[in-house]
Design a binder for this molecule. Structure first.
Ligand code: G4P
Ligand code: NA
Ligand code: NA
Length: 189
């Protein structure tokens, strides 16, 4: 998506060898016009699929997921990261390990908001190692929901998430695909 690539070039900052900081429009401050355009792009890309609901994870997945849900006229549910010691009842759960942060998040979705045979589109901000999406796939599987695809804002093709999802036969569509960083510049695929 051209306007997204332009924005990444203009405002993205490369941190270390594999992290792109985009907190001025996606991960901290949010640009609603860009979000809206991205939501419409997801709706166009997945227009051939029957979608009942969008599913994402708090916190950075919520903005793009909400705009995709608005464009597709379906509800959106975000998995919560469970911070309490006791697990609430009647929730689907998964453990998501973050290689970037070296922490495990316990994510959950209430049974009331994800049911069997629902057709869901997963949306997230980044696809890196694929652990967040794998957690959502596990929850969808436990709930007997049907995953029609995964919509990603920024995919880093040099990390292993894409390969894991391809091997599982999951349809993945990304609005920007980054193949690497050279001299702190972003190289798109
Ligand atoms: P994975 O989900 O693809 O396995 O990614 P990984 O474990 O490597 O990343 C953990 C967290 O870091 C996720 O956010 C993910 O969205 C984010 N992330 C991964 N690569 C990048 C990057 O290059 N830039 C930025 N800005 N974020 C990246 P999270 O822990 O779920 O946190 P939240 O921000 O959604 O609350
Ligand atoms: Na995320
Ligand atoms: Na994030």
């Amino acid at each position: 998506m051209e306007i997204l690539e332009q924005r990444i070039k203009k405002d993205g900052r490369v941190l270390g060898k594999d992290v792109l900081k985009v907190d001025s429009f996606l991960n901290h401050q949010v640009d609603p016009e860009l979000m809206q355009a991205m939501g419409e792009e997801f709706a166009t890309i997945f227009s051939d699929e029957k979608i009942d609901k969008i599913v994402t994870i708090e916190s950075s997945g919520i903005a793009p997921a909400v705009f995709a849900s608005l464009a597709l006229h379906v509800p959106v549910v975000f998995a919560r990261k469970n911070k309490s010691l006791t697990l609430p009842e009647n929730v689907w759960t998964a453990d998501v390990y973050s290689f970037t942060k070296q922490t495990t998040n316990h994510i959950m979705i209430d049974h009331r908001f994800l049911s069997a045979a629902e057709n869901i589109l997963i949306v997230d901000d980044f696809l890196a190692n694929g652990q967040a999406v794998e957690g959502l796939l596990k929850i969808a599987n436990d709930a007997n929901a049907n995953v029609v695809g995964v919509g990603v804002v920024i995919e880093k093709t040099f990390q292993k998430g894409r390969q894991i999802l391809d091997e599982r036969g999951v349809r993945v569509e990304s609005l920007a695909r980054i193949k690497g960083f050279e001299n702190d510049e972003v190289i798109f695929l």
